[in-house]
Design a protein. Structure first.
Lengths: 324, 291
């Protein structure tokens, strides 16, 4: 069982739920930017939720199937075409040998997830098939897909026609709200800057990828004056190089915040002002450049409640699909 | 030194031993990281030691963040009695200073630098009070270095020189980070040297290049067959200057599978080092050269 890549799209990569355990060596967890979308795509085709699928950003690939199988596409809204005939998103559908899956122009969101019954069966690297391009790990030789690649498939499980009730999916607000727990080096900026960070509207900059999302449009930050500590470097935004967390917000030079994502660098010498809460990480993976964003200040209890709510929503989808 | 605890979102706790760099802060961070590891706390998924801080990642569905925080604070008490000493290894890393590849990159990103009229080495030598690039290079490789953190990307080591505070070299990072750095560049930022394990973005000043790979995801390099990442915190490094000919010879040896880095097992004791830096470094060098 295999798939032939006719056109790779812009940057399509093999992703699963990542390789935790090596961040202390600078190898990030990686995996699908929008975890829930990959999980649901896998549920739809009867795979383990952590099976490897394809993550395609902004533009879909063109894939030729060499065997009969089942496919589901989730995540961003993008017309799905099987031999030119439209198919629905968040729905599993059968594909016959020789058929070609392709995509129209992106309408909403940023990343689609394509799950195929049996999952993509490339070799696991440090426990995961996720492609980490910077470290040349996982996927196919650690790189995004290229034309003529052959993707091996695993053994299909319980594939059948299934559909997610779209009412169960979270609706995005305008501007998009990203909830932030202040902390880390939050004390390095003045109270006025702290307030402005949450009051002002930001937009996603073009430099937005699996490593991190950059934002612009807000005011430059003012630092609380201090003599720079030994070893930090002379810029007020410098610190003695420390570890970063997923979702943490660094602001080099105090100008453009960068939220680290799944392929995060594990450390560095820029101060951070807190982190986007875990429940909102998936949402970032669906932001296009120029999207308007507001950062919303929350406390730990709110962050934990949001995390619980996200899990419950996923469980509702899981239960609904198991019943079909 | 005053320990500072803070949450990094709902899945991380960041603990800063001190806001400035010192080996005391490093040893304290590594001792608590080890205590956390040994405590096998349910829900802890990653422990990341850094130069003067460390971070714990946990699953808040398993352990409440406040409980996690309280456990870490308890462990700080236990760990502070740990001896600042470790069994480690000293490794000789050959460096081709002023090589053509980093020089090309230095020139390509001049507009992002503090001093577009010169090179990174000229700038670093001048602001650190050296009268020539040669004497600056000499200071960079004459005394050994301590790997105080591994990270950023793919096993990149941060190195802190084993000399008195007043002899530490300090340079700022580039004004705006570069989008390119040659693989195996020997860089410098703040008080840290580093070796870029892979090609990519970077903000450190560039001094030279090593022919010795330190990250190999294919695990074909002989000394990286067991694990793809070479460095670990606590390693001691001696930079050794080489010429273009030696550089090319080592590259060929690595490819042929015949290159073995020169290294030796050593004990590093911070108190002994602080009491006698010259003597300690001399003994490290003797161990490296098998005397």
């Amino acid at each position: 069982m295999a798939i032939k890549v006719r056109k790779p799209g812009l940057s399509t990569s093999i992703q699963d739920l990542g390789r935790p355990g090596y961040f202390h060596l600078g190898i990030p967890e990686g995996g699908a930017m929008d975890r829930a979308a990959l999980r649901v795509a896998n549920m739809l085709v009867g795979n383990d939720e952590g099976a490897a699928g394809l993550e395609a950003v902004f533009m879909g690939p063109e894939l030729e199937f060499q065997e009969d199988t089942w496919v589901a596409v989730t995540g961003a809204t993008m017309p799905i075409l099987l031999d030119g005939e439209p198919r629905e998103g968040w729905t599993s559908f059968p594909v016959r040998k020789g058929q070609v899956l392709s995509f129209g122009f992106l309408k909403e969101g940023a990343r689609i997830y394509i799950a195929i019954a049996g999952g993509i069966d490339t070799p696991a690297h440090l426990g995961s098939r996720s492609t980490y391009v910077i470290g040349a790990l996982g996927g196919l030789d650690g790189r995004p897909l290229a034309a003529d690649d052959i993707l091996p498939l695993g053994k299909a499980g319980d594939a059948a026609a299934r559909q997610v009730d779209q009412a169960l999916l979270p609706a995005a607000s305008q501007p998009v709200e990203l909830r932030v727990l202040p902390g880390l080096y939050w004390h390095r900026i003045t109270e006025a800057s702290q307030e402005r960070f949450f009051d002002e509207e930001w937009t996603v900059a073009p430099e937005a990828d699996r490593m991190g999302y950059r934002f612009r449009g807000g005011s430059p930050m003012e630092f609380v004056p201090r003599e720079q500590p030994f070893g930090a470097g002379s810029d007020p935004s410098n610190i003695v190089d420390g570890c970063y967390s997923y979702g943490s917000i660094q602001v080099p030079g105090g100008t453009e915040p960068i939220v680290l994502h799944r392929d995060a660098v594990s450390g560095g010498g820029y101060f951070t002002i807190g982190a986007v809460i875990s429940a909102d990480m998936d949402l970032i993976g669906q932001l296009q450049p120029n999207t308007r964003v507001r950062f919303v200040k929350v406390d730990m209890e709110t962050a934990l409640a949001a995390r619980k709510e996200r899990r419950a929503r996923l469980q509702t989808i899981r239960d609904a699909l198991a019943a079909t | 030194m005053k320990t500072r605890y803070t949450f990094g979102g709902d899945e991380h706790i960041f603990v800063e031993m001190d806001d400035e760099m010192s080996l005391e802060a490093f040893f304290k961070a590594i001792a608590i990281s080890k205590a956390v590891k040994d405590a096998k706390i349910d829900g802890v998924t990653e422990i990341l030691p850094a130069n003067a801080s460390f971070e714990v990642r946990f699953n808040p569905d398993v352990i409440h963040p406040d409980t996690m925080m309280a456990r870490l604070k308890e462990l700080e008490g236990t760990a502070s009695s740990a001896e600042p000493r470790m069994q480690t290894r000293i490794i000789e890393i050959p460096v081709y200073y002023q090589d053509p590849w980093t020089h090309e990159t230095v020139m390509r990103f001049r507009e992002r630098h503090q001093d577009p009229s010169g090179t990174d080495l000229e700038y670093a030598a001048r602001i650190n009070g050296f009268d020539s690039v040669e004497s600056f290079i000499e200071a960079h490789h004459a005394q050994p270095w301590f790997v105080s953190m591994v990270g950023f990307v793919s096993g990149l080591p941060f190195l802190y020189q084993l000399v008195e505070r007043e002899k530490q070299i300090e340079v700022p990072k580039y004004l705006r980070p570069r989008t390119d750095t040659p693989k195996l560049t020997v860089g410098y930022g703040g008080c840290f040297s580093c070796i870029y394990s892979v090609r990519g973005a970077g903000g450190y000043q560039m001094f030279g290049i090593t022919p010795m790979p330190i990250f190999d995801p294919q695990q074909e390099v002989t000394y990286l067959k067991d694990f793809m990442v070479f460095f670990r915190p606590g390693d001691i490094v001696k930079f050794s200057p080489i010429t273009r000919e030696e550089h090319d010879r080592i590259v060929a040896e690595v490819e042929a599978g015949t290159y073995e880095p020169r290294m030796a097992e050593v004990t590093f004791d911070l108190d002994a080092f602080n009491a006698d830096m010259t003597g300690t470094n001399d003994r490290l060098m003797e161990a490296l050269h098998g005397n």
